[in-house]
Design a binder for this molecule. Sequence first.
Ligand SMILES: Cc1cc2nc3c(=O)[nH]c(=O)nc-3n(C[C@H](O)[C@H](O)[C@H](O)COP(=O)(O)OP(=O)(O)OC[C@H]3O[C@@H](n4cnc5c(N)ncnc54)[C@H](O)[C@@H]3O)c2cc1C
Length: 470
Amino acid sequence: MKASSISQTPFEGKALETLRNNFKGPLILPFDERYDPARALYNGMIDRYPALIAQCADEEDVATAIRYARKHGILTAIRGGGHNGAGLGSCDGGLVIDLRLLKSIQVDHQKRQVKVQAGCTQGEVDAATHPYGLAVPAGIISSTGIAGLALGGGHGYLSRKHGLTIDNLIEAELVLADGRKAKASEQENPDLFWAIRGGGGNFGAVTSFLFRAHPVHTVYAGPMFWPLEQTREILSWYRGFQPGAPEELYGFPSIMKVPPAPPFPETLHRQPVCAIVWCFSGDMERAEEAFREIREKYPPMLDATGPMPFPALQGMFDPLLPAGLQWYWKGDFVQELTDEAIGQHLEFGRRLPSDLSTMHLYPIDGAVHRVGQQETAFGFRDAKWSMVICGIGKDSSEKEAVSRWAKDYWAALHPHSAGAAYVNFMMEEGQERVKATYQANYERLRAVKAKYDPDNFFRVNQNIRPKKGA
Ligand SMILES: Cc1cc2nc3c(=O)[nH]c(=O)nc-3n(C[C@H](O)[C@H](O)[C@H](O)COP(=O)(O)OP(=O)(O)OC[C@H]3O[C@@H](n4cnc5c(N)ncnc54)[C@H](O)[C@@H]3O)c2cc1C
């Protein structure tokens, strides 16, 4: 074979050799024994086969990979934690710029700031900040990638008191679509800073985040369970209680089955329930008082709340939800929890299709509402809850049943919703859903996209199309 005929595609021959010479981290091709573990996503329902996985060793590698993909016109996905429900951390036949090796975390406990590289999980951030009695507001499962979570908004146990993850973002470092490095903050590229706070991975590959952290150490937390048939009374009580409760008290209701594992008593395993998972992050002396009303009015069949280190709460559900399960999920923001909606929650709770399928209703009021609707790209500051319905199966034999249940449940609830979902709770649902989620911020996002990524290089995401002629 002549040397000139070797380089047929960007994934072989001379082009690949040039990349190898300029790239420090592992480059993983389909015949490599590392390929299958490296391409696997958290959601086992999604099976993507990229042509090349470039595991970046540093920011320079990110820039090199982006320039290479640009030069050869290669479809490119950016992978943070690989947790995205729609599998948007990967793509078929293209390049995956995998950031998982970027793991540095620097805590400045005096300034209460944390610099986090984009390959970290939320649990790794918690582990680094906890010894200083600090925490960055993020989500509820520790294996989630901090990057994708933050870029979509990021809500969790501390949101009512300290806001979304993006409300605690001070600065980000990115590699832009043309391979240039840039910073985004209130002072530098403020338009970009506005857009990445909710606009997802549309504007560049973020290599690090500087977050504000808050004093959080021990929380009084855990789930309370009631028999499913009590759903109407529990959710009716909750919708009146939660919005008026102190911001340090966060409780998200769930329709689920009692997990068939310790520490839950065997007699309750697999019993369908209405649950509320609580986190009280205020003064521990006031914790019992925070739960007095619910315990007196509706004594739970199981009360698993108690004091615990914050990272223990963050990791509480991790063993139940290992990577590789089958997930079909759909969400919507909710402004009002109506009687009709509660009736549907009860109805679909009676039809839970698997041990792990569930519905969560996350509060996003309090501090989240104190940031203006147009101050960041996150489009639904006025919603009270962010709902997600998760059909979760242990393997492909449950795929059809869990997907059907989640779709039907969502269809029944959608008329009672705000009409759009949190971007991080969407499958690939089309442009209209993306547009709806950003509401009045959508056109401004398109203009920022046109400035920083006019050719839509970063398009494996909940995509914002660049505005023409902007
Ligand atoms: C079990 C589970 C629990 C969850 N709980 C919560 C929760 O409590 N709160 C919450 O807010 N969300 C939650 N989520 C949703 C989560 O925020 C999204 O799945 C998010 O996309 C995960 O980010 P990731 O980095 O792991 O994803 P990936 O799959 O790696 O990426 C997701 C998207 O972000 C882009 N992206 C990732 N990293 C970068 C980067 N560095 N630069 C540019 N673009 C990037 C990707 O291109 C892709 O479009 C949960 C998800 C799961 C599976």
